[in-house]
Design a binder for this molecule. Structure first.
Ligand code: NAD
Length: 433
């Protein structure tokens, strides 16, 4: 098939590349000319494990191309994916201006039947709005399908190539057949394509992310309770995770959820609920707990130094909102940095992939180091904010030599408490004695 993907960020680039990998001819359209130039010349614009190889192969074989020209991108395409941003507006609702702006342009360019597929995360009713925006300028036949994306950054290629499920919201039989053909190579192992109406598909995505965010906030509250009662959250986690109904995944406490999806999707679902006069009580609490949890580690640091952070210098391992990505949107590390700088401390950070992105945002208000150990020079303590695998088994002798004081504040519970304390470190983590 010939496809167009509009928006070439984390979702668009993975979607375009993976569809090219299964033999389709894909044109990716983006408004950012620099990004298009880089991608066209073979330079990948995001860090995502496994993506670069597929990207290079499909670009070379001519199944993947990039343009800023929407009209050229749409030519001959049977399906058009919208993988555009839906950031939170000031009131927390999803900003649909990108989606509806592009839909309006598509309406002016359509000449024949196409399926327009909404891959962005959008509130219930958006498929109808996209339909209306296109129909303003085009009276021919077309379908709008809601096909929310469930990939996780860091394992996005695997998630896309072997999805747990594909959710397709459409009531059109013609669109259903096309979507079935398009996704068939990705569900050969038997994972389902779940067809439903557009509204249910739109809500499914918010329900999934909000449920996961709820799991995280729940465990963060259990961790808070563990700290007050002297219990160990690691034990509680194992104790409950072995129950199939609860499951082992997503039970790790930490420094709050971040990233480009959970915070904005929870906000948007709260807003959607308010609009229909429904008070979504759990989600309000999920958000409130997360706001508090983002600064929990900083509270511990302040308590330890008796609020005298002025002149203290910290080494910070991890900037990305989670491991295996360079994405720093809503990363908890950024909140920790802000709080430390506001209290008069200084920071030297190391992250395997995300330093460039942070430098762009923070400039020279913090220092960066080339490796995890050189960040430790002259630091009063080490703070850990992202659970990159390479931080899990450090050479503790080196830490002891390089740090001014053997002090670790770990927001991701990477180390065994007894072991690290046995080595003479002052070690604080989340929800453990
Ligand atoms: P992103 O910011 O990484 O990418 C969006 C791209 O759209 C950018 O390259 C931008 O230049 C481009 N763009 C903006 N306006 C445009 C226009 N008018 N025409 C063409 N291109 C334009 O965003 P993302 O992380 O890929 O997210 C996209 C959507 O997918 C969002 O709704 C998000 O909630 C959803 N989603 C994201 C993830 C994730 O892990 N990132 C997972 C599932 C769903």
């Amino acid at each position: 098939m010939k496809l167009t993907v509009v928006g070439t960020g984390y979702v668009g680039l993975v979607t375009g590349t993976c569809f090219a990998e299964t033999g389709n001819f894909v044109t990716c359209v983006d408004i950012d000319a620099k990004k298009v130039e880089k991608l066209s010349s073979g330079e990948i614009t995001i860090f995502e494990p496994g993506l670069e190889k597929l990207f290079a192969r499909n670009l070379k074989d001519g199944r993947l191309q990039f343009t800023t020209d929407l009209a050229a991108g749409l030519e001959d395409a049977e399906v058009v994916f919208l993988a555009l941003p839906t950031p939170p507006g000031e009131d927390g609702s999803a900003d649909l201006s990108y989606i509806l702006g592009v839909s309006d342009s598509i309406g002016k360019l359509l000449k024949d039947y196409k399926v327009i597929i909404d891959k962005s995360t959008v509130p219930v009713g958006t498929a109808a709005k996209v339909h209306a925006a296109i129909a303003k300028n085009y009276s021919g036949e077309f379908d709008v399908v809601s096909n929310p994306e469930f990939l996780r950054e860091g394992v996005a290629v695997d998630d896309f190539m072997k999805p747990d499920r594909v959710v397709i919201g459409t009531t059109s039989e013609r669109a259903q057949k096309l979507m079935n053909d398009l996704y068939a190579p990705f569900v050969r192992q038997g994972n389902p394509i779940i067809f439903m109406d557009e509204k249910s598909a739109e809500l499914t995505k918010y329900a999934a992310n909000s449920f996961l965010a709820t799991k995280i906030s729940f465990m963060n509250e259990i961790a808070q309770l563990c700290e007050k009662l002297g219990a160990d959250v690691d034990m509680v986690r194992k104790g409950i995770g072995t129950d199939d109904r609860i499951g082992k995944r997503f039970l790790f406490p930490g420094i709050g959820y971040g990233g480009s999806c959970f915070p904005k999707d929870v906000k948007a679902l709260i807003k959607s609920s308010t609009e229909v006069a429904y008070d979504f009580k759990i989600l309000n609490a999920v958000e409130e707990v997360n706001e508090l949890q983002k600064l929990h580690l900083v509270s511990k640091i302040k308590t330890y130094y008796k609020d005298a952070l002025k002149g203290k210098h910290f080494a910070l391992w991890g900037l990305a909102f989670k491991p295996n990505t360079d994405d720093i949107r809503e990363a908890p590390a950024l909140y920790i940095i802000d709080a430390l700088l506001a209290a008069g401390a200084t920071v030297t950070a190391f992250d395997p992939e995300a330093m460039k992105n942070v430098q762009r945002v923070l400039g020279d208000s913090i220092a960066f180091s080339n490796d995890q150990y050189s960040a430790l020079h002259h630091a009063d303590a080490l703070i850990i904010a992202t659970e990159w695998n390479e931080f899990r088994t450090p050479v503790f002798d080196k830490l002891a030599t390089l740090l001014k004081s053997k002090t670790i504040f770990d927001g991701r519970n990477l180390f065994d408490v007894d072991y690290v304390r046995g080595l003479g470190f002052y070690y604080e983590s989340i929800g453990r004695p």
